[in-house]
Write a protein that binds this ligand. Sequence first.
Ligand SMILES: NC(=O)c1ccc[n+]([C@@H]2O[C@H](COP(=O)([O-])OP(=O)(O)OC[C@H]3O[C@@H](n4cnc5c(N)ncnc54)[C@H](O)[C@@H]3O)[C@@H](O)[C@H]2O)c1
Length: 369
Amino acid sequence: MSFTPIRVAVLGSGFFGNTLAMACKENDAFDVVAICDLDGDSAQELAARAGARAVIDPAELASAEDIDLVMIATPNHTHASASIAFLQAGKSVFVEKPLAITAEDAVAVTAAAALSDGHLLVGHVERTMPGIKRLFLEARSGKLGTLLEGYGSRSRLVHVPEGSEDWWKLDHTRSGGELLHEIHELDLLTWVFGEPVEIRTLAGAPRPAGARIEDSVHKTTLKFASGAVGYHELSTSAHVPDWKFRVSGTEAALEADFRTGWVTRYVDAVATEQWGIFDSGRANDSLRASAEKKQAYNAAGATGPYWMQAAVVCELEEVIAAMRGQDSVLIDSPATAVIAGVEAMVQAQTLRAQANVGSAASTDVLVGA
Ligand SMILES: NC(=O)c1ccc[n+]([C@@H]2O[C@H](COP(=O)([O-])OP(=O)(O)OC[C@H]3O[C@@H](n4cnc5c(N)ncnc54)[C@H](O)[C@@H]3O)[C@@H](O)[C@H]2O)c1
């Protein structure tokens, strides 16, 4: 069956807008028609490379007749209002994570999506990695038995570049806080187990004055309606890195280790099977190499590592499926992780305020993705 190309506009021509636009350009299922950024020079530069027109006013994308899908890759605090505007204009929306930085906004976007002719897809890219998708399908189809426990972690020492004091990624009011900005593993947990019925978060490690490393540690336990429990760890000050996602059931457990690039099945303490997080040896190698490196922010315009580009290729296949009315892992539970993350963040901020370790805005500093 032949399909007409999906006419796509990319909003935001920074680091990830570049990645998305150039990946779409390489995929025959897409026709990149517009690049929009408040920074006109940046929009022009990417538009020229993508073979698209440059736009400065996002409202032009909403009214354009030749756009089916808008991919939103702007700072996190702009996601909800932009998504709602495009959905109300009848466009499909792919919005980078997090969907929103407040629970109210996350719910408002899903409400707009319910009334729109367009699809709402959230950039939960880890869901689309082949090995993770298989882990999800096995967990949800009962192959692990009754699900008992989930574990997600992203812990490392993150270095913040000089001169980034006013960067939106370091500003809680624009990023939403670390638990939202780095929502990937929390999303995997809520994707597999559903909406948590109970959340408890502890947070600590205030930033020492003048430190170049932004310290932040969150430990969150979640209880799900089924009775299963989850544990989520996020740290930007961990000298021993950890980056995992695990689901354990009564019959077996599956553990994805992003630092080794493998998903392993365990039965009664024995590793019985392994598969790659990617279907590509080169992407798995790149993931391993990247996880071993010092972790730092990506500068705007920088190119992500190969595995990230490979992940976006997988992600686009899920976007295409959704746009053709087929199943897509990007459609499920778009707001659940944000609602859980906001609840956890509020608890973290309350604890910090009570402990008088500094204002939430100064200690709850964001790094990463
Ligand atoms: N899925 C992933 O692994 C991943 C990785 C990196 C970034 N991201 C997400 O991508 C998004 C963008 O991050 P980034 O690293 O590209 O940031 P960035 O700062 O490099 O780029 C943001 C761009 O948006 C533009 N912009 C700001 N406000 C705008 C507005 N209202 N309208 C139009 N343009 C506007 C800026 O001029 C800038 O060019 C974020 O939501 C981030 O969470 C996801």
